[in-house]
Design a protein around this ligand. Structure first.
Ligand SMILES: CC(C)(COP(=O)(O)OP(=O)(O)OC[C@H]1O[C@@H](n2cnc3c(N)ncnc32)[C@H](O)[C@@H]1OP(=O)(O)O)[C@@H](O)C(=O)NCCC(=O)NCCS
Length: 416
């Protein structure tokens, strides 16, 4: 039964495998989509029914929340067992009655019981998930690049070659690129499962929405080995009889900066194209420094991966730290109260021990905001500036930021 006795008529339970079609119909309806068989098939192959929860009223499903098991790379390169929340929806007739909250309660309790210290999701709207403790852990950049302005800086030398291929070859190249970059904070795995799903999903957008395609190109390193791929679509437009096509990049990943630069060059050099658009790129995309006119990218920064520290103690112990030192963090967490309290983090040799303590916290923040800091996209000082960290001891702010510092901004290569 959901949260309060005022709604004893709604129950939360995992679905049976044969109920997946009906469950996905609820998801599609909540998003204002009509069901298509090929989409249901793909989603069914990706889902894990025991972790696919339904809210049921009488004999009708009215909401859902689905998780699958993935791995998230954390600072230091460890890949930590993580729940990815891949579907959240409530029928329009049943919203704002606490149903999604009840589903998330049940899902996060189950994640906690399984011992996965982290949960992640990509949100349809950023305002939804902070209340459940999901913090904005990686920022994204979206591009609307004016192709005429995106020559690369002088001295750029292409390495390797780019070749048009069929879908399966693109998936194989993406898997290799994702595996070779698997230790970067924010990286989701397993590569094979996520690449296969994402590329197949990109192929299912109706042509009138996404344009023709998708087309697939891979990059080969000088030895001829595929080490990156781009999946893109092309929309035609002929204003005043002039070609002003738009190339829309669904996914672009290279195992090396050279592979990624070559794939961008390929897309920017497509004939007839006036605009290249892309979403879910890293906010610190090296492209910004690689093009001669950064403004031509028309880059906008937004939210990307949301992270929940389901178990603050083991999450903090799983990542690496720079140098030696300690800090006492006071953590608030109304949705997952087992995380609340003061935690002493003692770092040495790159790792940390994390213990509950009676000591006074030096820095106080919510677990949501700690999740924002966790992968290294924001510092304690950044969030203190945003009035989200209460600084009891200014020296602790500097100390904590030194310990949590990471050399590379986190980056999530895939959108699930
Ligand atoms: C988002 C959605 C799942 C919320 O379901 P719901 O059952 O209405 O959520 P709840 O009733 O549990 O709402 C919990 C709280 O979140 C708030 N909330 C819900 N949706 C919100 C939204 N889109 N933006 C801001 N706040 C939202 C509610 O106002 C409520 O606030 P309160 O606790 O202060 O009262 C539902 O509106 C939906 O299916 N939307 C369309 C599909 C979608 O976007 N899904 C999310 C995919 S990532």
């Amino acid at each position: 039964m959901i949260g309060s006795a005022s709604r004893p008529d709604v129950q939360i339970r995992p679905i049976e495998p044969e109920e997946f079609g009906a469950w996905f119909d609820v998801m599609a309806t909540s998003f204002g989509h009509r069901l298509r068989d090929e989409v249901v098939q793909l989603e069914r192959s990706f889902a894990e029914p025991p972790r696919t929860l339904a809210a049921v009223e009488g004999d009708r499903m009215v909401g859902g929340n689905a998780a699958i098991g993935v791995e998230l790379a954390v600072p230091g390169g460890r890949c930590v067992p993580t729940a990815a929340i891949i579907g959240v929806g409530v029928l329009p007739s049943h919203t704002r009655r606490g149903i999604s909250t009840a589903l998330m309660r049940r899902q996060l309790d189950a994640v906690h019981e399984r011992g996965e210290p982290l949960a992640v999701l990509h949100a349809s709207e950023g305002a939804i998930y902070g209340r459940y403790g999901f913090g904005l852990a990686t920022r994204s950049g979206s591009l609307q690049a004016d192709r005429s302005g995106v020559a690369f800086v002088r001295g750029y030398e292409p390495v390797g070659s780019v070749e048009l291929v069929e879908r399966d070859a693109a998936i194989a190249a993406l898997v290799r690129a994702a595996e070779l970059t698997a230790g970067r904070p924010g990286h989701l795995g397993p590569a094979a499962r996520l690449a296969d799903y994402t590329v197949r999903d990109a192929a299912l957008a109706p042509e009138d929405e996404g344009g023709a395609g998708p087309f697939y190109a891979v990059h080969r390193d000088p030895g001829g080995h595929p080490d990156g791929a781009v999946v893109y679509r092309v929309r035609q437009a002929w204003p005043e009889n002039l070609p002003r096509f738009t190339a829309s990049v669904e996914i672009l990943l290279g195992a090396t900066p050279a592979a990624e630069a070559a794939l961008w060059r390929y897309v920017f050099d497509l004939d007839l194209v006036g605009t290249v658009e892309a979403w879910h790129r890293p906010a610190a995309d090296p492209l910004l420094w690689l093009v001669r006119e950064p403004r031509a990218l028309r880059m906008r920064v937004g939210d990307d991966l949301y992270l929940r520290l389901v178990d603050v103690r083991s999450a903090l112990a799983a990542r690496a730290y720079a140098g030696e030192g300690s800090v006492v963090l006071g953590v608030q967490d109304p949705f997952c109260p087992w995380n609340a309290g003061a935690w002493r983090l003692v770092a040495a040799g790159g790792r940390a021990e994390v213990e509950p303590t009676d000591a006074e916290p030096e820095l106080e923040l919510s677990s949501t905001d700690l999740a924002t800091i966790y992968l290294g996209d924001a510092s304690f000082a950044d969030l203190a500036d945003a009035l989200l960290v209460r600084v009891r001891d200014p020296a602790a702010l500097e100390r904590a930021d030194r310990l949590f510092a990471t050399p590379q901004a986190p980056r999530c290569w895939v959108h699930v």
